[in-house]
Design a protein around this ligand. Sequence first.
Ligand code: SF4
Length: 189
Amino acid sequence: SEYADISLKDIDQVSKSSFPLCMRHLFEKLREDHHLKHGGRMQLGLFLKGVGLKLDDALAFWREEFTKKVGSERFDKEYAYAIRHNYGKEGKRTDYTPYACSKIITSAPGVGDHHGCPYRHFSEDNLKAALNRMGLSSRGMEDVMDKVRNKHYQLACTLTFEAVYGTSCDTGINHPNQYFEESQKILKS
Ligand code: SF4
């Protein structure tokens, strides 16, 4: 990525300062449960690739969490391949691109899944609690919830961005990696 290739030692701090809500949620769930189902591994894994996490760091990152629950051998067998695959190192060697908002919003997370777009897929109470943790005022939250009720999920995310960073985002948010880049631009200027 243009602004920051994140490394493992910074990843927790950067997840709080620059990840959009969809990725913060996946990241927190992974740290909490030491596991994510397939949809979550894909959504977060490709995002992290997009922010510049190198393959070796990605393997170390997923291994650290997953091996708290499954053995190292099982991790290598069942999960490491898919991570290398996302980086174009296995199978057809396609270099897979991170998902855009449109794809995430139209995904259909099931029970136990944590992927998807929180503005689209969270209950109102859970979304409000998450926005509260991001530091939104009740006024800011009402503006966001208004967009959500009108099914303008990307606008809701854009308003969140503007509230968190205290600046306008005229292009609007259409990709989690764009959210990340724009936030890094602000934080590093
Ligand atoms: Fe993520 Fe896009 Fe939803 Fe924002 S609008 S939370 S970046 S999917």
